[in-house]
Design a protein around this ligand. Structure first.
Ligand SMILES: Nc1ncnc2c1ncn2[C@@H]1O[C@H](COP(=O)(O)OP(=O)(O)OP(=O)(O)O)[C@@H](O)[C@H]1O
Ligand SMILES: [Mg+2]
Length: 359
């Protein structure tokens, strides 16, 4: 077990800088998820921690040791890749034990460790099979098993579930969480799937274009996104945004061509500073409630998706697209006018220019 500290990490490939001054302290035993859109630098950052990629600037610490120039094999980490990278000609047992064999670990100890890991992962019956004789999920377990037998200080996962079908992904996601609860080893897990991030992470780091946007507990990201990017990335369907003008004459009020809302209470210190200016108002689909005509936000229905217990109503409000997630099955027709009342305690506000959260 070990903490991992990243200090001001820069990375360029030729002229292109793909990581910008990344500072991150990962606690000993933490399950940390790195999430962000394709190309934002997640794998690069993970590979830098593993030592598979050099840094252009900054330092990596594992435990108390500065490892920036230490070889991957001497970093006490184990990495699980998206494609599993199993040896096709070796059976499961040999695949799992191979790393230990290279380190000249005694045969009896290899046997004990492989059998223990196989037991944890429920693959004891497959130890004699080759990878091609296994399902995707079983191969995935072998790849995790190969990491476990090394008993590393830190596990690194790079999208290990992305080759699995939806059902198996959900199952393996739970298994990896259980594994973490059992081993209590530091795990750093890369995904571009925000649901995976929300359900697995003790803490989530949202990245964009090589910058860290926010590092926080899942619910904190959901409840208090630091900026418009994080707000739109976490949550499905995504948060709705409307540009509105702020008036503070008689309490706080918001308006644009389609809506006029009165904010209960006038003690929003952040908004006071935006009097007479525009801000971006954010509201999640689950925080809109259908209301009486003439009340709240006026919207035109485009499509409704009936999910059974709830409905997703896709609407337009002027130029903006607004999705509402309401309880029950709602039979509305395209073109119907709907009114929504936002739950005021769940409104978010962002600076129109920078996208930064206004508190
Ligand atoms: N060896 C390389 N040479 C040049 N550019 C690279 C190299 N590896 C990665 N990049 C670039 O660095 C950026 C970050 O890549 P990276 O693989 O870290 O993204 P990612 O967040 O893991 O994306 P994905 O979700 O698609 O896996 C990308 O723009 C990519 O094109
Ligand atoms: Mg990647």
């Amino acid at each position: 077990m070990a903490k991992v500290n990243l200090k001001n990490i820069d990375k360029s490939f030729g002229e292109t800088q793909v990581l910008h001054g990344v500072d991150l302290d990962i606690r000993d035993g933490e399950f940390l998820v790195l999430v962000g859109p394709s190309g934002c630098g997640k794998s690069t950052l993970l590979r830098i921690i593993a030592g598979l990629e050099d840094t252009t600037g900054g330092d990596v610490y594992i435990g108390e040791t500065q490892v920036t120039d230490v070889e991957p094999k001497n970093r006490d980490i184990a990495m699980v890749f998206q494609n599993y990278a199993l040896y096709p000609h070796m059976n499961v047992y040999d695949n799992m034990g191979f790393g230990l064999k290279l380190k000249k670990t005694p045969t009896e100890e290899i046997k004990q460790r492989v059998e223990a890991a196989a037991e944890i992962l429920g693959i004891t019956d497959y130890l004699k099979r080759r990878p091609k004789e296994l399902s995707g999920g079983q191969r995935q377990r072998v790849a995790v098993g190969r990491a476990i037998v090394r008993n590393p200080a830190v596990f690194l996962f790079d999208e290990p579930l992305s080759n699995l079908d939806a059902k198996l992904r959900v199952q393996m996601r739970t298994e990896i969480k259980k594994l973490h609860a059992k081993l209590k080893t530091t795990m750093i897990y890369v995904t571009h799937d925000q649901v995976e991030a929300m359900t697995m992470g003790d803490r989530i780091v949202v990245m964009k274009d090589g910058y860290l946007m926010q590092a926080d507990a899942p619910l904190e990201l959901y409840n208090r996104p630091a900026n418009k990017f994080v707000a739109s990335f976490i949550g499905s369907p995504a948060m709705n945004f409307l540009d509105v003008k702020v008036d503070v004459k008689d309490g706080i009020q918001f308006s644009n061509d389609q809506l006029h809302l009165k904010y209960p209470g006038s003690d929003h210190t952040g908004l006071q500073k935006y009097a007479g200016q525009e801000v971006t108002l954010g509201v999640r689909p689950e925080h809109l409630t259908l209301s009486a005509a003439g009340e709240g936000i006026e919207a035109q229905l485009e499509v409704s998706e009936l999910m059974g217990s709830e409905s997703y109503l896709y609407t337009t409000v002027g130029e903006a697209q607004i999705v509402a997630r309401v309880q029950g099955a709602h039979q509305h027709k395209t073109g119907d006018q709907l009114n929504f009342r936002p739950q005021f305690e769940h409104l978010h506000f962002f600076d129109l220019e920078s996208g930064a959260r206004i508190d």
